[in-house]
Design a protein around this ligand. Sequence first.
Ligand code: 26W
Length: 836
Amino acid sequence: MNDTPTALAADVARRPVRKAGSEASGTTDATKLRQEILAELTYSVGRSPETASTRDWFVATALAVRDRIVDRWLLEHAPDHARPRKRVYYLSLEFLIGRLLFDALHNLGLTDAAREALAGLGVELDRVREAEPDAALGNGGLGRLAACFMDSMASVGVPAFGYGIRYDHGLFRQGMRDGWQQEYPEDWLSFGNPWEFAHPEIDYAIGFGGYVEQINSGGRAKHVWRPAEKVDAVAFDIPVVGWRGKHVNTLRLWSARAPDPLSLAAFNRGDYVGALADRVRVESISKVLYPSDETPAGQELRLRQEYFFASASLQDLVRRHLEEHGDLGSLPDHVAIQLNDTHPAIAIPELMRILIDLHDVPWAEAWLITVGTFSYTNHTLLPEALESWPLPLMERLLPRHMQIIYMINALELETARGKRPGDDGLLSSVSLIDENGGRRVRMGVLAFIGSHKVNGVSALHTDLMKQTVFRDLHALHPDRIVNKTNGITFRRWLAQANPRLTKILIEAVGPELLDDPERLELLLPMADDAGLHDALLNARRENKVALAKIIAERNDVWVDPDALFDVQIKRIHEYKRQLLNILETVAVYNAIRAQPMRAWMPRVKIFAGKAAASYHQAKLIIKLANDVARIVNSDPTVRGLLKVAFLPNYNVSLAEAIIPAADLSEQISTAGTEASGTGNMKLALNGALTIGTLDGANVEIRERVGDDNIFIFGLTAQEVQARKQRGFNAHAAVEASPTLREVLDSIRNGVFSPDDPSRYRGLIDGLLDNDVFLVTADFDAYFDAQRSVYRLWRDKSAWMSASVKNTAQVGWFSSDRTILEYAKEIWNVQPSSDLA
Ligand code: 26W
């Protein structure tokens, strides 16, 4: 056989499609599923088909699908289930899961059956899909990563629990009033959640405050924490089914409940209203997700949330371990706990407390168990995002943990002193207690020294961790820091979000693609195939028409589906430099106005993202994008050749609509600030070309897709550092760039804010005086890179060839690959795909 890549691809394409057991039965399965949906509608929802709303149909469908998952789930969690394998516990304050119906249908191979089943009832599956609330229990990248990891762990067969908080209210809903962001409460649970199982019987008492008593227990000093306050943590479980329905893991979310309303009432001496108020206060712990991204909330309620879920999760897994293995000495052999950033780091002293105070394990052994069990992922280097808690607050809320933290610190400093005698600078930098400006506990240091592995989320980020924030700790523990470049689940971000593209890819490289994303490489020899280009262009155009409809509905702006869709979707933050993108937009606008009759390339600038409610500068940037949009979109000289749309309320579902329709992916952060990015991977996979800096995972995307198929510009992380050290002067940069000067002048002088001409004076002056994220330094390079984009765009087949090369070469960014790396190099867990 001729085994050139093309022949291989053709051979693969001829092989029969392997389908999950249930899908193979086709129509019969649809009939059966229809009966099950009808039964749920009748007996669980309590509605007849005639009176059922779309939401009722969603709930009935979800319940029917859930039933299919449960059998396997119970089997995997049965007490007599063979010998339990080592488990992973993924502790995260955020799980940005979005809608779950298509996840479950796709992984069970039931999407077509469900479509047929519902169609027979006169109901459209796609409408039912939209009726599901978008569960936004996270802010952005970190929370979405946790959700992708849950899908991948169930898919590659890593036995796992995700532990988090069941917030009554997820991330706020973003509205726009006069172009300003407005925050509205989010209410995903208001109609119940058909995916979850409430387990009121699984509850743990969580203590706060009080004092520590030292007692004598058989000649040994023992510490007993007497909390002043107790809160119950109650479990809600969501089954997470993996690809082809082979494994089901659990996402266990904790909800806070006042332990005993009656005794609270007694406590309040018959003051019923007061007792209820107390109850509300106690239960407020799981009421709302902290909406700040990259800036720690710094409030007591947040620390309560952290301890609440860390303690509940540890009590739960320790109980399970004792039931299964009887002895806590073997914990690291059977349990791996991953800390998603420092948010759950209080779990480290909590495990020490459980071991020492509750199970009489000696300190040294307890510490070995703890370090052997924990590992920690860092997601950001921005100094303002590194968590630390004021000592007085910690002392008051968690007095016993504070004692343990002091002890850990003393021992660690002792070791450090031994390794580097006389190096006081080193000692103060690795200390758990920050002595500068009010004493605080550094959660990053706690997470680092309590873990056997610490990882960054891209190669560059991991290198920078070693050189900057963890420099001294890295010197003391040179084998601890490892890299685990982020990934995304292709099931959601390719197969479900972009069925049109997926169909073409399967035709090209074969259905095995769904099991092995690296098979995308088989596309490479077809990168210049005109037939493939046509098919891809048609699919992309349909996706763009669908997005254009959404833009028309939400923004009342009509965009041309044949224009270049230039997309920047992510949290609004100065380091991500949405402002740089807006400045370039204004430059293009100025150029069009200067020469209105030139043959300008039609382009649409699409923005979406939320700003933390208290982040004024980010909110002003949203307002600027909207102001620019209003002026540009209605200027007749532009003739619709440039359109700008800021889509409100960015969430997982909106991302699923935008990404398949994107031509250009904006990844333009100041080099050295974006830990990884994952939107960059989603967009490249779906065939968008990246314009970006050498930051985060962009570096690794470039390595794979090749320099010719990505638009890299701007200062490198090293150059950024050097410029800052020299003292960067924005005035000089602006003097050197007439284009930039004109842009800044027009914004500053109110061209885009005629109703309030001084609105952006502060923003622009601030940029000139202290351009922290080097927007002006990179402007010209960015502007030039955008010109190369348009040059390539003019040559449709060259563009499509580059697009194919992107899709073909980003298979490595599958979160299945990431999870297999964690399993092998951090968790020491065998995925079941290895067991066969
Ligand atoms: C306490 C407030 C808070 C909340 C979230 C501080 C910091 C965070 C996260 C670190 C923010 C975050 O989501 N970071 C992103 O993590 C992604 C997944 O690793 C990366 O791809 C992004 O680059 C990083 O910004």
